[in-house]
Ligand binder design. Structure first.
Ligand SMILES: Cc1cc2nc3c(=O)[nH]c(=O)nc-3n(C[C@H](O)[C@H](O)[C@H](O)COP(=O)(O)OP(=O)(O)OC[C@H]3O[C@@H](n4cnc5c(N)ncnc54)[C@H](O)[C@@H]3O)c2cc1C
Length: 637
């Protein structure tokens, strides 16, 4: 199949305007005749549902939590990028575009990224109008800080709670439409299948997580905004409920899955400290504005940090990358932390940690200034580790955090299945092989507030409008599939907990498909995942019934999907014979141990087509064409 990204013709800076003009419009009176399902209420789903309802469409909005406000987006700490250039430090739409393309190691579509940079400025205006309490300078102007992979300050923030404040803004808009009767909310519902009729996405099947009832919902289009799959690694910074199920089930119904091997390991997380730990905590990248990363120069130096003199410290990022210093992109910072620990210079009990030190910043700016910027993050760190970061350096280590892979979408954010749109972290669209900090919130809100409201109309006017209800046989088949799968899970009656399987899966991926990968390890991982999956279906212990609230059953379904998806992730990593961004195959590195791309053979998106449970998935490619930037070896020196 030829993947058509539907990139508009014309100069880069005019593509989006031109496209918006050329897209067919649905007239206001007709909009109310269309119903749209939006799955997810995070920043992508919440903003999309609110905007579509504001336009006049009827929206059904689903989430697994009890309130849309509990979507994982609420966890976002550090900030959201925009090319406002309020700092007068040289920023521009072009620079944000270029930084993002380069940050993603030249594996993203130019047209999408340029549009993202363009609409980034509208997002800030929109959110300010909603009343988001962004940090301000003394004189009242919005404040900015810096994030990795950029030499300008373009990140807007609300202390360490940016995601929460942005989500409250989207939620307010959403609830306005709920009150107006144009959105119906379906909390505590888990999408377990997509319904495709005459080649078009026309509905979903969900499980009511409180009553256990299986429900069908029909619509004219389906918009999936279910977030990322970083929890496939078991330990991650994501919310416990983050999963791959909705996107993976859509994949099984014909939507292609793009670049699953592009996963992001964030350099500044609180290190793992126990076998039975179930969650990792992020220390926002914003901390690298003022914190300095270092390790002792001598391997095995176990002295407390404050007893190690300056001359015996290695500020390895500042030394190796003088231009970007501690603000190199995440993939680069993570790999370097790992390299230091592999050399025996790691600190803490396990030796898998490096220091993030605020001593100099406190000396320079004073404790109050640092507390104003990062107070809640310092408090969170102290609560978890019982160590006071104002007095001794934080200990940090990379952890699974975000995914750049996701369902393949074209320029309109439509998947390979007509009528199925995918937004936010659930799609693969804008970040290439590595995402720059503060760009996920930007992308989720760009997709929801500023892209889908235009592009979905273009689809709706041209679609096949046959009337579809949940009595259609395709709904009955999907309900039967979901019921049978639930029954199969409950019938296993084994001895090993679902969490235990998930933990082992996470270990396999972290070991063989984590910060660095190699062909031998990837092959081994694939065999291990297959064996683990087989054991899961024979020995998983899932107590309770399907007729009421049963969190073991919920988790079992998600882990079962992770066990299948993990194999696709590993296959994708194996087939990409190069290193780029977060995908670092040891066989492909420069003399300085940086990722070495193969632009001749791999300058493309890999999109996988499901071919059946016992058949190899088929790899399709979308070549990436760069007309405006020159492909170079990424350098942050
Ligand atoms: C700790 C942390 C800090 C971060 N900080 C930043 C930051 O400072 N800046 C930045 O740009 N990015 C940050 N990120 C990344 C960013 O938060 C996420 O990428 C982004 O919020 C994802 O938004 P989303 O709307 O795509 O998905 P989510 O917010 O994950 O929302 C997913 C929604 O889908 C629903 N859902 C999921 N599965 C199903 C299903 N099967 N059926 C029904 N509903 C389902 C959920 O209930 C939820 O409503 C951070 C991430 C983490 C983990």
């Amino acid at each position: 199949m030829q993947l058509d990204a539907k990139i508009p013709s014309g100069p880069l800076s005019e593509k989006w305007d031109k496209h918006r003009f050329e897209l067919k419009l649905v007239n206001p009176a007709n909009k109310r005749k269309y119903s749209i399902i939006v799955v997810g209420t995070g920043l992508a789903g919440g903003s999309a549902a609110a905007s579509l309802a504001e336009l006049g469409y009827y929206v059904k909005n689903f989430c697994v939590q009890d309130s849309p406000r509990r979507a994982h987006s609420i966890a976002a700490q550090g900030g959201i990028n925009a090319a406002k250039n309020y700092q007068n430090d040289g920023d521009s739409i072009w620079r944000l575009f270029y930084d993002t393309i380069k940050g993603g190691d030249f594996r993203a579509r130019e047209a999408n990224v340029y549009r993202l940079a363009q609409v980034s400025n509208h997002i800030i205006d929109h959110c300010v109008a909603q009343g988001i309490p962004f940090a301000r300078e003394y004189g009242g102007l919005l404040a900015n800080r810096s994030f990795g992979g950029a030499q300008v300050s373009r990140t807007f923030y609300a202390r360490g709670q940016t995601g929460q404040q942005l989500l409250l803004g989207a939620y307010s808009s959403l609830m306005r439409q709920v009150a107006a009767g144009r959105i119906t909310l379906f909390p505590r519902r888990e999408m377990l299948d997509l319904v495709v009729i005459n080649g078009q996405a026309r509905g979903i099947v969900v499980r009511n997580l409180v009553t256990g009832e299986i429900e069908s919902h029909a619509a004219d289009a389906v918009v999936i905004c279910t977030g990322g799959y970083a929890n496939v690694f078991y330990l991650s910074t994501n919310a416990m409920a983050s999963n791959v199920s909705a996107t993976f089930r859509a994949y099984k119904k014909g939507a292609f899955f793009a670049n699953p091997c592009y996963t992001q390991i964030h350099p500044t997380c609180i290190p793992v400290h126990g076998t039975y730990q179930s969650k990792l905590t992020l220390m926002s990248e914003s901390l690298r504005n003022d914190g300095r990363v270092w390790v002792p120069k001598t391997p095995g130096d176990k002295r407390p940090p404050n007893q190690i003199p300056e001359s015996e410290r290695d500020y390895y990022l500042e030394n190796k990358y003088p231009s970007f210093g501690n603000l190199v992109p995440r993939d680069v910072a993570s790999r370097n932390a790992k390299a230091q620990c592999d050399m025996g210079k790691g600190v803490g009990e396990t030796g898998f940690a490096v220091y993030l030190d605020f001593k100099d910043a406190i000396k320079r700016d004073g404790k109050d200034v640092i507390a104003q910027k990062y107070g809640n993050l310092f408090q969170m760190y102290e609560k978890i580790t019982a160590s006071n970061p104002y007095e001794e350096p934080m200990m940090i280590y990379p952890a699974s955090h975000y995914v750049m892979g996701g369902l393949w979408v074209d320029y309109n954010l439509m998947s390979t299945l007509p009528g199925l749109f995918v937004l936010g972290e659930a799609n693969f669209s804008d970040h290439g092989a590595n995402r720059l900090g503060a760009s996920a919130l930007m992308q989720g809100l760009a997709d929801g507030y500023f892209v889908i409201p235009y592009t979905i109309g273009g689809y709706l006017v041209g679609m096949d409008h046959s009337d579809v209800t949940t009595d259609h046989p395709a709904f009955k088949d999907a309900v039967q599939y979901v019921n049978e799968r639930v029954k199969r899970l409950l019938a296993i009656n084994g001895k090993r907990t679902v969490d235990d399987f998930h933990r082992e899966l996470g270990h396999i991926l972290w070991e063989y498909c984590g910060m660095s990968r190699n062909d031998e390890g990837l092959l081994k991982a694939r065999t291990m995942i297959q064996a683990l999956r087989e054991e899961f279906w024979q020995n998983a212990m899932i107590p309770g019934s399907d007729k009421d609230f049963n969190q073991s059953l919920e988790r079992a379904g998600r882990v079962a999907d992770f066990l299948e998806f993990a194999e696709l992730l590993v296959i994708d990593a194996f087939e990409r014979k190069e290193s780029c961004g977060g995908h670092f195959n040891e066989g492909y590195q420069t003399e300085e141990n940086e990722a070495k791309r193969d632009d001749e053979n791999f300058c493309h998106v890999a999109a996988w087509e499901y071919k059946g449970d016992d058949t190899e998935p088929e790899r399709h490619i979308e070549p990436l064409v760069f007309e405006n930037v020159q492909l170079t070896q990424r350098s942050y020196k």
